[in-house]
Ligand binder design. Structure first.
Ligand code: SF4
Length: 350
């Protein structure tokens, strides 16, 4: 169901389409909102009409909770396609589960109702475990909504030659975020918990490239691989020059990342040299390399312009040190679950 704060707001609707899924606000009682649609009545407690206007929610008949699939005011909307995965990464923020619930038809309906110009995240688990249904679903959405795009996080283990056409058909509208943790198979495979993963990636990345797909290579920096970053940078510029950008990412203290934090966390605020070396090598060969989830005050000034705000709004927070900071508006701050007592040693004053 898509929520409309008032019927008149619909006339200014972002997609210009009214559907059977639209629900109009018919009653407000304090923080209790009642919406009516051809599909039934939905009551939401504890929020305001402005807060949820334009959102797309999944409400099962008789259920006590509605799932917010699209938040209209947020640029960070992600569909969790599955919690299953064939890898077991040391720092996984969403540790895999065996159980799978197929919500793809609901995600497709939600995407079609999304505000204009939205880029929707596709994540897991490993979403391409269900590529037989997922790729056609994405294609249908992109056909019906020429204004939308997808950003897919995938370990890229499940692409083969048969996928060339679908990948090529979506190439201008989909960015594939694909992890690579080291230039050597042993280190990469140990980090992702899967023997043969590195070699498989070397088979599949060229398929994405031949399809003309956009690739965001992703490397989470940990004690396991920090000293190997310069070598990885050389590997990237030599063997993977077709990528669109390389994201060097700080660890997130959630899931396995929280469990293994003390063993994995690499404090770049006190030891930036391996990262600087990697950035410099990439830059020398015109490979765009950026820093994701790096608070700007932890980055030496010459590299600070490589650290955009990347932490999603709903999982971002700022510390006491941030009040009065001149760069707060362009800084992504910290993850909500950042452990202050075991985090960065050095925050520069800005
Ligand atoms: S906003 Fe906070 S985290 Fe970001 S640079 Fe300023 S002090 Fe550092």
């Amino acid at each position: 169901m898509r929520l409309n704060a008032e019927v008149r707001a619909y006339e200014l609707d972002r997609t210009g389409l009214r559907t059977e899924f639209d629900g109009d606000l018919v009653e407000v009682a304090g923080q209790r909102l009642t919406y009516a649609s051809p599909r039934g009545t939905l009551v939401i407690d504890g929020t305001t009409a402005e807060e949820v206007d334009g959102d797309v929610v999944l409400a099962l008949p008789g259920g006590r909770a509605a799932q917010r699939l699209i938040r209209a005011t947020s640029p960070h909307n992600t569909f969790l396609i599955t919690e299953r995965c064939d890898q077991l990464c040391l720092m996984c923020s969403q540790p895999p589960k065996h159980h799978h619930a197929d919500l793809l038809p609901f995600f497709e309906a939600a995407a079609l109702l999304a505000p204009a110009g939205t880029t929707i995240g596709i994540s897991g688990g490993e979403p391409l475990l269900y590529k037989a249904a997922l790729l056609p679903m994405m294609q249908r959405v992109l056909t019906h909504r020429p204004d939308l795009g997808f950003h897919v996080l995938s370990n890229a283990q499940h692409i083969d030659e048969d996928d060339l056409d679908p990948l090529a058909g979506m190439r201008d509208r989909v960015l594939w975020g694909i992890p690579l943790y080291a230039a050597d198979a042993a280190t990469h495979d140990r980090i992702v918990g899967k023997s043969g993963a590195f070699l498989q990636l070397m088979e599949t990345l060229p398929i994405f490239a031949r399809a003309g797909a956009s690739i965001e290579l992703r490397t989470v920096i940990m004690r396991e691989n920090a000293a190997l970053l310069a070598r990885l940078a050389s590997f990237v510029i030599m063997h993977l020059p077709f990528i669109n950008r390389w994201a060097l990412m700080q660890l997130e203290s959630i899931g396995f990342g929280r469990q293994n934090w003390d063993r994995l966390f690499f404090d770049h605020s006190t030891e930036f040299t391996p990262i600087a070396d990697a950035l410099n090598i990439a830059k020398a060969r015109n490979v765009e390399a950026v820093l994701f989830n790096f608070p700007r005050c932890t980055v030496p000034q010459p590299y600070r312009d490589r650290a955009p705000s990347t932490i999603s709004d709903w999982k971002r927070r700022y510390l006491g040190e941030c009040s009065g900071c001149q760069e707060r508006d362009i800084c992504g701050g910290f993850f909500e679950w950042y452990p202050e007592d075991r985090g960065f040693q050095r925050l520069a004053r800005i």
